[in-house]
Design a protein around this ligand. Sequence first.
Ligand code: FMN
Length: 216
Amino acid sequence: MATLLHIDTSLNRENSHSRAVTAAFREAWENEHKQSTVIYRDLDAEPIPHLQAAAYYAGYTPATDQSPEERAAFALRAKLIEEAEAADVILLGAPMYNYSIPSTLKAWLDHVFAVGRTAMTENPSLGGKPAVVVTSRGGSYQQGTPQHGNDYVQSYLHQALGTGLGLDVTFIVPELTLAPTVPAMADLVPLFEASRTEALTAAETHAKELLMRLAA
Ligand SMILES: Cc1cc2nc3c(=O)[nH]c(=O)nc-3n(C[C@H](O)[C@H](O)[C@H](O)COP(=O)(O)O)c2cc1C
């Protein structure tokens, strides 16, 4: 029985493109695998607090040696790490906010990075696990566009999730999402529509492929 950890972060709960694409992935996943378990977190509805000193330093003491105070401080980190470790696939909605990721997602990452367990160890506990990141963005940052080189979502998450946690990261990028509402972008609506269709199809395809890979 496969487990999916599904995390959304968009502040837009009504018409979010990243939420639509993560939902398409999840729907395909659940249709293909009726007995699957899905752990869901909406970091906009229920944000995780910023990582603070007690929780950070408690991570340097092995769980078995932690004092009651350290264990209490580490409890949320332990829960978030265990959710990620329990998952066969991690699905993240990560819209671009001011060229980077939502701060709610950064807070989650700060908790999940645990030296000697999930990071900076020869065998990180999430190593090799597939992660699918849906990064929606209002503009385009593709080669040949004026904003090329200014996308710090993919470069950062490639480093943090891939190099840092050892996850096997795939990006799905619905872009130009502001085209339908910004008059100056009206000419770009067909490109937006194509990007959205491509992202929804990619989500469905990835969900099915990953389930096939897990079943093999
Ligand atoms: C706080 C904020 C900052 C944003 N910054 C950028 C940006 O730097 N570049 C960009 O292309 N779009 C930016 N946008 C537009 C969003 O990336 C776009 O609306 C995207 O579709 C958001 O994902 P969602 O549809 O899942 O909410 C920003 C939107 C918000 C709300």
